[in-house]
Design a protein around this ligand. Sequence first.
Ligand code: GDP
Ligand code: GDP
Length: 449
Amino acid sequence: MSGTLAIIGRPNVGKSTLFNRLVGRRLALVDDRPGVTRDRREGEGRIADLTFAVIDTAGLDDAPPSSLEGRMRAQTEAAIAESDVCLFLVDARSGVTPLDRHFADLLRRSGKPVVLAANKCEGRAGESGLYEAFELGLGEPIALSAEHGEGLSELYDAIAPHLGGEAADSFGDEHEADGEDDEEGPHALRLAVIGRPNTGKSTMINALVGEDRLLTGPEAGITRDSIAIDWTWRGREIRLYDTAGMRRRSRVTEKLEKLAVADTLRAVRFAEVVVLMIDATQPFEKQDLHIADLVAREGRACVIALNKWDLVTDKRGVRAELEEMVDRLLPQLKGVPIVTLSALTGKSLDTLLPAVLHIYEVWQQRLPTAELNRWLSEALQAHPPPAPGGRRIRLRYITQVKGRPPTFVVFCSRPQALPDAYRRYLVNGLREAFDLWGVPIRLHLRKGD
Ligand code: GDP
Ligand code: GDP
């Protein structure tokens, strides 16, 4: 062990959850000395190859309200004093509260290194809170989800230099604990295959996994339940989530339809990369569009598999038509990879996984702030922002706050006044400059001069 990390924050931000994730099943040393230390736990934390002591200042909820602040303060001060680095946790879902500001002041005054993290950042619910956390003046917040094990590699990079380790650039997300699993070990890429019934999802999964794991048949909706399959493809661990797909309202009861929609949503949320299966012999429909839009809204990476290619005669025409539709109707996923294949014959099936792995890398990529700002100044010069009311809107600074999907904050003199078209210009510019094709991009404007 090479140092001590104190987890600091007000009640309910997720300190204990993070403590448990870091300490895992390794036995926590219970400190039973009387006094302030009664409320805290210590244990041996670990992220990948980095081991350290962790102090969790939890258990304050039982304190009588009158003494809450006093006890919290004494405890927190003791933990800060013993630590080499403080991890200051805020709750991205509830935003920054006065009590958070109070802790921020305490930490700033302590002179200890502070790493700021916004917890509960899985999905999109935490995004606005993440940006609010900038206002605490403790640097760029790390987007964490203690519950789902997300953001641990960023946490590693931030705390390692203070704990006798090194910030390793090569340390990627594959070292993150799997969201479903407390055990250490390589992270299985979570993949879901979704699409309308009868597009060939089960046939493809069977062909890929090489076993008759699912029942396939000509009737729509024969595979009714969601199934997760663990499998290894060229040495890469993959956890596959299969769904029955969405069923058309006209063919089934509404209840079943709702179930299927919920199932697709669950699959999308489970997945890091989603394969959207389309039957090349059927026209691209509203329902396909809805599914693709869901994938983009949930911020997942996507590959479109255009299946039953063996049945298509006008291959060039069909492909061009789909490309045109996707470009026009799915700007959120501009440049999404489209793979044509035949699940039944196996033709071109081997092109799917390389496309999946590629888009996964794009999706979780982190871009250096310096390069982003160089790009921003060029983009501003090429096409200056408008000047409503005679005052030009100023864009000062851009930084990527997280990957999975790529999420950026731009500091702007008048965020409300910047037209949507200009925001789109910036998003498209980022795609082109940094090859971010085919993944949703989040771009947030924050007021800042
Ligand atoms: P503490 O009081 O700071 O130790 O907070 P806890 O660890 O007890 O967590 C407070 C609540 O937040 C619990 O209901 C947790 O399940 C929940 N929680 C913790 N981490 C996360 C997270 O990453 N995402 C979400 N959505 N909830 C979380
Ligand atoms: P799911 O409902 O999306 O899981 O679709 P299935 O895998 O059950 O496939 C529906 C039907 O399409 C079955 O009769 C399959 O044999 C057929 N099918 C699947 N993939 C292909 C393909 O690449 N080419 C052709 N010709 N038929 C396919």
